[in-house]
Design a protein. Structure first.
Length: 284
């Protein structure tokens, strides 16, 4: 597969974009420390295991000693290797943001599910960059499949890379900050403008709002299903499917009601409040 695109320039990263990038890659930084900690624990436990076994029976037979030494040394080497993986990992946030122009390509990636089946997730490419869009951007990116676009993206300089498959040879991961398409000269995504207008925690507030409004409908659905199953002893397949469907519909209606009441409450407290769609929010 050929990904059409080229870097046509670069600019300095803004302070809002730098803060956002640090938040996104924070889990990767924690992974480095986690690997180093696990490595130290395995190394120390290997040494301790050897000492305990020796003190317990110093006159053990040669074959048994060889086996134990093999296990202890293997654990110590494994701990040293995991520590080395964490120590050698590097993640650098470049102060320069690349400006890339080309054709947006959407590909489906196979992801095994826990049930033994296969799910598919979309990946978004321009040039040799695998784009990671901000929350709420993926519906827009899917509609722009095959369009000529211009993006401002931050390449994640990570060693060793997280994607080791041959499929990703020559591909670099990048955070998407800005996007324009050929049919729209204005920004379709402008993260710096979004943070300037709505604050740096806007995505966290959106996530907390959704989670809090989703809790009562979830409990309502579970409570209804449990009540009908126990009350009327409905344990056949079609009865259970019917109860699940009714419970899900009830939960969905309750969520829409809570969302409507929330917007009314916000409008009453702040007459200038506007309920924005994800795309309106990302325009800044």
């Amino acid at each position: 597969m050929t990904y059409h695109g080229a870097i046509i320039g670069e600019r300095l990263i803004t302070r809002h974009e730098y803060h956002y990038a640090k938040q996104v890659v924070a889990t990767h930084r924690y992974l480095f420390w986690f690997l180093m900690g696990v490595g130290v624990l395995l190394l120390c436990s290997g040494v301790g295991l050897g000492v305990v076994i020796y003190l317990d029976d110093p006159w053990m037979e040669t074959v048994a000693w060889l086996l134990i030494v093999f296990l202890v040394v293997g654990q110590m080497l494994g701990g040293a290797f995991i520590f080395w993986l964490g120590y050698k990992r590097r993640l650098r946030i470049d102060p320069r943001v690349a400006i890339i122009r080309g054709v947006l390509t959407v590909l489906k990636k196979r992801v095994p599910s826990n049930a033994g089946g296969v799910n598919y997730v979309n990946e978004y490419y321009i040039g040799n960059a695998l784009l990671h869009g901000p929350p709420g951007s993926y519906d827009l990116l899917e509609r722009l499949n095959g369009h000529v676009i211009e993006v401002h993206a931050l390449f994640l300089r990570m060693y060793p890379p997280l994607n080791l498959s041959k499929r990703y040879k020559g591909i670099e991961e990048a955070l998407l900050f800005n996007l324009k398409d050929r049919d729209n000269a204005s920004d379709r995504i402008n993260l710096n403008g979004t943070f300037e207008k709505y604050g740096r925690k806007v995505f966290k507030r959106q996530a907390w709002r959704f989670n809090l409004l989703s809790l009562p409908p979830m409990f309502l659905s579970l409570g209804l299903a449990f009540y009908f199953i126990v009350k009327f002893e409905l344990f056949t397949f079609w009865a259970l499917m019917g109860i699940m469907l009714i419970s899900i519909i009830a939960g969905g209606l309750m969520y829409e009601l809570l969302e409507y009441l929330y917007r009314k409450l916000r409008k009453g407290l702040d007459p200038d409040y506007q309920s924005l769609t994800p795309e309106e929010l990302l325009k800044g």
